[in-house]
Design a protein around this ligand. Structure first.
Ligand code: UD1
Ligand code: MG
Length: 458
């Protein structure tokens, strides 16, 4: 089958009014990726080398987004939404290039798995002209029903065109189809619009093909993989299913999730074996974690690279560009952005490290802040190997702390500190013996005098 060429035509022209959104429906995200991009991924995983995206509503926004998530895709604009067959025909120029297999997919069915598509393509390779991907939803209302006669698929009847008897059929059209490229355009061009909605239905190619004695078959996919998204409740349902699958895969690949249902992954999270993730952790896009890391509870991590055996959290926030090298530690209530924390360095408590390097083995005391921004530009802080930054220090960038540099607690450091130097950036302490007691007595007698004067007034 691998020698057979394959085009995926992804229908995404619909408005999606039930999302109640200014954004085209298929650009709403699941696991941080537009749902139509999930469909593209599945098509590619099933071997589609050609990608045709049929757009309509929000075409400009769709083109811009597609350039990012599917730069190889061609876009075709369907000017009027006249039905799913009409939409597929919008990609005529791509189909007529002569692919062996044409996979018709829906941009709003993001959980479709590559296996269901591969099974359908296999049936084409065995000689079928049309393969319909069917499924058995808990409630079939609204779906096209698969009409079979003598074990053969003869028609798909849309709900609105079904007889009472046909409405009882539980085996439904998931919407997606695999069509032999040699027949595709001929079948599509034969579709008319004499039905309850006056639309050109893709589903009609089943009846047309069986009338021509072509081989038409149905395969069965899981309900979940055929889930179509029409509103935000269904979007959340798809997100939940996606997360559940991803957690399961992570655990089977050697990652411990103590409370899996509270850990959220992105479409591109990479996480190595023997990593332990405590409850309530959020992975935004662009996170890579090597093996043996510990991610403690309530950490929020995006765009970060975490090397082996790092310790993160609880309550850590790693923002884009955070780069933790082996055995680095970022503890509670710390925020790291665009900064390298080199091997074994510790940023343990209540600290902000942004636009910086923290050298290997350095220790950053509680409450340290890299002051990286003057309201207009960002500046860099370079902290050398083995440096010690005393608690509650402000490092005003641009500034360099040399290797082994030692910063006194409570310092405001505005000038660079050479290797192994000690820097104080605060007023020297002054201690006056007995002065505390004297002050207390003075304040007490002043208060008593005031009270007495107030009493005399009455
Ligand atoms: C379709 C199937 C139905 C199946 C159901 C599964 C047809 C005629 N019916 O119905 O048998 O059970 O999906 O969810 O195919 N689109 C366009 N241009 C158009 C019309 C639709 O791009 O002119 C796109 C939509 O944006 C959507 C997809 O095609 O992504 C499906 O269209 P939709 O209107 O949702 O079809 P259903 O009525 O759900
Ligand atoms: Mg639909």
């Amino acid at each position: 089958m691998s020698q057979r060429s394959c085009l995926s035509v992804i229908l995404a022209a619909g408005e999606g009014t039930r999302m109640k959104s200014a954004q085209p429906k298929v650009l709403h995200q699941i696991a941080g990726l537009p749902m139509v991009a999930h469909v593209v991924k599945a098509a590619e995983a099933a071997g589609a080398s050609g990608l045709a995206l049929v757009i309509g509503h929000g075409a400009d926004e769709m083109r811009k987004a597609a350039a990012k998530f599917a730069p190889k895709a061609e876009t075709f604009e369907q000017e009027k939404r006249l039905g799913t067959a009409h939409a597929v025909i919008a990609a005529r120029a791509a189909i007529s290039r002569g692919y062996d297999d044409v996979l018709v997919m829906f941009g709003d069915t993001p959980l479709i798995d590559a296996d269901a598509l591969t099974v359908a393509r296999r049936r084409l390779a065995e000689g079928a002209a049309v393969v319909v991907i069917g499924f058995r939803p808990p409630n079939p209302t609204g779906y096209g029903r698969l009409i079979e006669k003598d074990g053969k698929l003869t028609a798909i009847r849309e709900e609105k065109d079904c007889s009472e008897e046909e409405k009882k059929i539980g085996f439904c059209n998931a919407g997606m189809m695999a069509v032999a490229g040699a027949h595709a355009l001929k079948l599509l061009d034969a579709v008319g619009n004499e039905n309850a909605k006056g639309e050109y239905y893709l589903t009609d190619i089943v009846e047309i093909a069986s009338a021509q004695n072509l081989d038409v078959v149905a395969t069965e996919a899981s309900f979940e993989s055929a889930l179509g998204i029409n509103n935000r409740a269904e979007l959340a349902q798809a997100e939940a299913i996606w997360q559940q699958r991803r957690r399961h895969d992570a655990m089977l690949s050697g990652v411990t999730l103590i409370a899996p249902e509270t850990v959220f992954f992105s479409h591109d999270t990479e996480i190595g074996a023997d990593t332990i993730v405590e409850p309530n952790v959020w992975f935004g896009p662009g996170v890579r974690i090597a093996s043996g890391a510990k991610i403690h509870a309530f950490s929020h991590i995006e765009g970060a690279t975490i090397a082996s055996n790092c310790d993160v959290g609880p309550f850590a926030r790693l923002r884009p560009g955070a780069d933790l090298r082996n055995k680095a530690k970022v503890g509670n209530f710390c925020e790291v952005k665009q900064a390298v924390i080199e091997d074994g360095a510790k940023v343990n408590h209540l600290t902000y490290i942004g636009d910086a390097r923290v050298g290997a083995g350095a220790n950053i005391g509680a409450g340290t802040i890299t002051c990286n921004y003057d309201g207009y530009s960002k500046f860099f802080t370079d902290i050398g190997e083995g440096a010690f930054i005393g608690s509650n220090s402000s490092l005003v960038a641009p500034v360099t702390i040399g290797n082994g540099g030692y910063i006194a607690s409570g310092s405001v450091i505005t000038e660079s500190v050479p290797d192994d130097a000690l820097a104080f950036g605060r007023a020297r302490q002054k201690t006056i013996p007995g002065k505390g007691k004297e002050l207390r007595e003075r304040f007490a007698s002043a208060a008593a005098a005031k009270k007495k004067a107030a009493g005399a007034d009455h």
